[in-house]
Ligand binder design. Structure first.
Ligand code: TRP
Length: 333
């Protein structure tokens, strides 16, 4: 029954190409959920412009991201896939929620502090109020769960606080969402610095594998992956962060447990282990890369998907927005 299904929603900023980290940590787990949940996924283009973007690249990446989501197994017939800026209710509710978020709590957001340090010449208002827009993204759809990486937990908690504050004034308008942080694969680290997350910023250091990287690149990145001065494959994130990260990746793509992986490589050094992880990743990503490239050439198909997605999303979003506008005292159109 449609009504009985729980709702999930998540977004990814199209500010960088999708990485192996976002696939294993997020998208891969999403694909399996479509039967059980009513799922909404969107390209967070409004969020992307808090950092300066090249317009041509942003447009291309947004479409590529959609193609890649589908290639990763998110069936557009079973999931609602859309582009954030196509559903104007996000920006509108985002504004309202700006007025229910406190300067102090926004100032405490770790991501704001990190990004301000990294973009000291462009600490804009959008970067500061980003969590209000994210809260709007979430609350418009009244989801039960919001699958996010560990780094977004604080934003979901702030969303909770804003929703509670709003409900406290106006009655039960918003459902309070829970972050949903999957245990395995939630945090894939950089191959060159296993103490930081695998992300776009790690790309230039050779730490990041992109979903669309060709096999030769992937093989090279894994051969060069940072390990430690010991010679055995053993899971110990504190002492052996590099090797443990490679084990997490290998486990996520092969389904093997850490014990099985240790047994498989017992007596063999990193010279065998690292290329084996690379090979397993290459074979996992090959069909995704091929399908995404094929979809990118079929612009009419992609357009059909994002139009249908935006239409469905707006319909739900509008119901929430109308309720909010009424509660705060706007005159109905
Ligand atoms: N802020 C998230 C990130 O940087 C992306 C995002 C935007 C998001 N809106 C969201 C995630 C709503 C979950 C729900 O990764």
């Amino acid at each position: 029954m449609e009504e009985a299904k729980k709702t999930m929603l998540s977004g990814i900023k199209p500010s960088g190409d999708l990485t192996l980290g976002s696939y294993l940590g997020a998208i891969k787990n999403w694909a399996a959920r479509a039967e059980e949940y009513d799922c909404y996924y969107f390209m967070a283009d409004l969020h992307a412009i808090t950092v300066r973007q090249n317009p041509v690249d942003l447009r291309r990446r947004t479409l590529e991201q959609l193609a890649q989501y589908i290639a990763c197994g998110l069936d557009p017939e079973k999931n609602t896939l859309f582009i954030q800026s196509h559903v104007h209710q996000h920006a509108e509710l985002g504004w309202v929620l700006n007025c229910y978020a406190m300067f102090g709590e926004l100032s405490r957001m770790t991501q704001f502090k990190d990004k301000s340090a990294k973009n000291a010449d462009n600490i804009n208002g959008g970067l500061f109020t980003y969590p209000c827009l994210m809260a709007a993204d979430i609350l418009l759809y009244q989801p039960d769960y919001v699958p996010v990486g560990d780094d977004q937990r604080q934003h979901v908690e702030l969303c909770h606080a804003i929703a509670r504050r709003f409900n406290g004034v106006y009655g039960d308008v918003f459902k309070l969402p829970e972050p949903y942080i999957p245990k395995v694969g939630a945090r894939i680290m950089s191959l060159s610095d296993p103490t930081s997350k695998m992300s776009k910023s790690e790309e230039e250091n050779g730490g990041t594998v992109l979903l669309m990287d060709p096999p030769e690149t992937i093989a090279r990145l894994f051969k060069r992956a940072v390990t430690d001065s010991e010679t055995f494959v053993h899971y110990d994130p504190a002492r052996k962060p590099g090797v443990s990260n490679l084990m997490t990746i290998y486990s996520a793509v092969t389904g093997k447990s850490y014990d099985e992986i240790e047994a498989e490589f017992a007596g063999q050094g990193y010279g065998v282990f690292k290329p084996a992880v690379g090979e397993a990743v290459i074979e996992t990503l090959r069909p995704i890369r091929e399908e995404a490239s094929r979809l990118m050439k079929d612009k009419a198909y992609l357009e059909g998907v994002y139009r249908a997605g935006a239409e469905k999303a707006s319909h739900i979003a509008e119901k929430t927005l109308r309720k909010v506008y009424k509660k705060v005292g706007f005159v109905a159109r």
